[in-house]
Design a protein around this ligand. Structure first.
Ligand SMILES: Cc1ncc(COP(=O)(O)O)c(C=O)c1O
Length: 385
């Protein structure tokens, strides 16, 4: 039977592939998928302990999200992101921020349009762009994975619809400074483009790095789309919930998309999210203390290896390694799993084709397991590189 040409041209999702290899080699420790090891806050689970007892629990809800959840999100955006949602913005709850990204593209782009993705990009964003028959335009960043404004400007054509920034970044861990994000936002404004700002890792910054939300810039309301996720911050990956802040003018179009593919965000998850947001971001900051220790230890161990180049970035829970080797990244990942029982993600998934890159995620394992996993990785890299 026929399978569409468009979907056939989309890259195969790398996480399930590496996941399959990992399952086929029992005992493998994963430094692959980007998740945190801590569970949701207790209040999130308490908030749903009586779910199902009211008739309304079983009915479709508002396409925007439950009023109490929207209220908590609005307060959070105001106090933490410095965004005023009463003024030109609207909030919409989605089943995770991957869905938000796809929904946004459906409303702002037509087939053939171009979406600028700084390199390395988050693979699901590149996949979403291709799925809609649009063209991803990868734009190199500098040697510290920081944005190159001139290169972004040069990549704009009459078909460009948006520039995407992911800060803190997956997979590089780079945190873009406020000035750089302001410059991108201004560039978008001048060229009539949307600035799509993915802030899934907003709480995951280290050292001097500070997260900045471009949606807080005055006059950004008409062209700035901000995406947020509870998956990482609140240990909510399986619950599938996030939200976006959109220019008011996009609301009617986004309601068409929401009504067609989700109708409303799942109610039980929204109640859990109410419990999580009521607990607040101090919860994530506690988890961050453990991550900070793992990060320091892992960075030092990997930096000590010859032939392994690491840019010490200050965000998310990823390290991007560039290896001095001619080896193919995918083959290397296979060997690391089968011979050393440790899984990482190859750089090709993130659009990196100018060498052998590996993404190491240190969010998912506790300190002891992470230390064993890194020991295995070090042995594997010493053998293969
Ligand atoms: C940059 C970025 N955005 C979005 C997501 C997905 O978030 P969600 O689980 O809310 O769909 C991820 C997950 O790894 C991510 O790295």
């Amino acid at each position: 039977m026929h399978i569409g040409q468009t979907i056939s041209a989309v890259q195969t999702p790398i996480i399930p592939v590496v996941g399959e290899w990992t399952r086929n080699t029992p005992g493998t420790l994963s430094l692959g998928q980007g998740m945190v090891s801590y569970p949701p806050p207790v209040a999130a689970l308490q908030a749903i302990s009586h779910f199902g007892s009211k008739p309304a629990d079983h009915l479709y809800g508002s396409p925007l999200g439950q009023p109490r959840l929207l209220e908590l999100i609005e307060d959070k955006l105001h106090s933490e992101n410095n965004m005023d949602c009463k003024n030109g913005y609207r909030i919409m709850v989605t089943a995770g921020s991957n869905m938000a990204f796809l929904n946004v593209l459906l409303t702002i782009a037509d087939p053939g349009d171009e979406i600028i993705l700084p390199l390395p990009y988050y693979f699901n964003q590149e996949m979403a762009v291709r799925m809609l028959n649009c063209t991803p335009v990868p734009v190199p960043t500098d040697t510290h994975y920081q944005l190159d404004l001139d290169a972004l400007r040069a990549a704009i054509t009459h078909k460009t619809r948006a520039i995407v920034t992911v800060s803190p970044n997956n997979p590089s861990g780079a945190v873009y400074p406020e000035a750089a994000l302001r410059a991108v936002n201004q560039l978008c404004k001048e060229h009539g483009l949307y600035h799509i700002s993915d802030e899934a890792y907003e709480y995951f910054t280290y050292g001097e790095a500070r997260h900045f939300s471009p949606g807080s810039i005055s006059g950004a309301q008409q062209h700035t789309i901000s995406l947020y996720s509870l998956s990482k911050a609140y240990g909510f990956a399986s619950w599938r919930i996030g939200y976006m802040v959109i220019p008011e003018a996009l609301l009617p179009s986004l309601l068409k998309v929401q009504d067609t593919n989700l109708i409303c965000p799942p109610l039980i998850t929204q109640y859990a999210a109410i419990g999580a947001l009521a607990t607040g971001s101090s919860y994530c900051k506690t988890g961050l203390q453990e991550l900070t220790k793992s990060r320091a230890q892992i960075t030092a161990q990997l930096q000590a290896l010859s032939g392994v180049n690491i840019v010490a970035t200050e965000g998310a829970f990823y390290l991007l390694l560039k290896l001095d080797t001619e080896k193919n990244d995918l083959e290397l990942v296979k060997s690391l799993i089968s011979e050393f029982k440790v899984a990482v993600i190859p750089g090709c998934a993130f659009g990196l084709h100018d060498g052998c890159y590996l993404r190491v995620s240190y969010g998912m394992l506790d300190k002891d397991a992470a230390s064993i996993a890194i020991h295995r990785l070090v042995n594997g890299l010493e053998t293969h590189c």
